[in-house]
Design a protein around this ligand. Structure first.
Ligand code: NDP
Length: 332
């Protein structure tokens, strides 16, 4: 039998397991011009939370009682008269949370196990790696010797942002939620300073201390109070790529923080939100650079791999508890 995960209810505030439902059905059969895919790895990502709301956004919301979708690596186990795919190929694309599914191949890209570990196409060589590289280089515009702060530093995007900034000759401070992650960011990923936002009473002061020359680039993955504290430390002409706001995704009413306009004006700062898909034309060059750095050992990555299809919803919920280190992936 085939297992499928549906959106059962739209979450209110923090999502819970009963917002999801697992159903079973017969394994589908490929017809002419179709391929049958067997899911191998599923990416769970904070942005999926936004798609669970019935709200207009840059992607349509998930529909109730329909499968959730995310980045997936799958194996072609049957191919019926279809160009470009054959049995045994591995593909990546935005697919349904199903153990088996039919596709015409539209929107899928072949990935090769001999080039890189399959799971990396969901992380460092996939959407999160591209987000980190493109957001930092196209919007952060870091220059040698500048000071970069990245929040959500120990996650899929954050770990890559910090390392790319180091490769570009910057000083890097990360903000994360545990001492273990802080230690890893320094020892494995080469961050200069790390602040644990859960145990630091005055984050603004801690940033001032870690960044004595002020903050030139703030790569924001979390929003909220952490970002307020960074903003208080920005330099003239600072650049602020606004990538994510995970601290606000489960809020039911928009919290009010400091009014930021005066500091943006007086610092002549540039704050710019972005969606990685806006930079589609940059993907090939960015992937090439990340692949080179990865092969040279100049970029490292972490993955938290959870086993089992039924555990996809829990893995997603765990993102909001900081249970992942690097890219959160479910292995089927
Ligand atoms: P992560 O791998 O960073 O996982 C989420 C992490 O966020 C957790 O491990 C946790 O780490 C931290 N976190 C959870 N809740 C809070 C909170 N309330 N306050 C502060 N930190 C919190 O996820 P990604 O790297 O995949 O994504 C990072 C951000 O980038 C997300 O906001 C995501 O939506 C965004 N994003 C945006 C894209 C774009 O195109 N703009 C594309 C991809 C991602 P800790 O233990 O440190 O708290």
């Amino acid at each position: 039998m085939n297992k499928i995960i549906l959106l059962n209810k739209r979450p209110v505030g923090k999502p819970i397991l009963s917002d999801f439902k697992i159903i079973t059905e017969e394994i589908p059969v490929a017809k002419e011009g179709e391929i049958l895919l067997k899911t191998v790895y599923v990416s769970v990502d904070p942005y999926l939370r936004g798609r669970m709301n019935d709200a207009k956004s840059y992607v349509p919301p998930f529909e109730l009682s329909k499968p959730i979708q995310s980045g997936i690596i799958a194996e072609v186990i049957d191919a019926r008269n279809i160009d470009s795919f054959e049995k045994g190929d591995f593909v990546t694309g935005n697919l349904d949370w199903k153990e088996y599914q039919i596709s015409t191949g539209k929107g899928l890209r072949k990935v090769n196990e001999s080039d890189a570990k399959l799971s990396t196409y969901l992380g460092v060589l996939g959407m999160t790696g591209l987000t980190a590289y493109i957001g930092l280089t196209e919007i952060g515009l870091p220059k040698e010797d500048e000071t970069i702060v990245v929040s959500g530093a120990a996650g899929a995007v954050g770990t890559i942002v910090g390392q790319v900034a180091k490769l570009l000759g910057c000083k890097v401070t990360g903000i994360t939620g545990s001492d273990e992650k802080a230690e890893l960011l320094k020892s494995k990923f080469g961050f200069d300073h790390v602040i644990n936002y859960k145990t630091t009473p005055d984050i603004e002061q801690a940033i001032k201390k870690a960044c004595p020359n002020g903050v030139d680039v703030y790569f924001d993955n979390v929003g909220g109070e952490i970002s307020d504290a960074v903003l208080a430390n920005i330099n003239k002409y600072a650049r602020l790529p606004v990538c994510g706001a995970i601290s606000l995704y489960n809020e039911t009413a928009i919290p009010v923080g400091p009014r930021i306009q005066p500091i943006i004006i007086t610092k002549s700062a540039t704050m710019r939100g972005f969606i990685v898909g806006d930079f589609f034309e940059k993907f090939p060059a960015a992937t090439k650079q990340l692949t080179i750095w990865l092969k040279e050992g100049n970029i490292k990555y972490s993955e938290t791999i959870i086993d089992g299809f039924d555990n996809i919803p829990q893995a997603f919920l765990d993102l909001f508890e900081g249970k992942n280190e690097g890219k959160m992936i479910v292995k089927i």
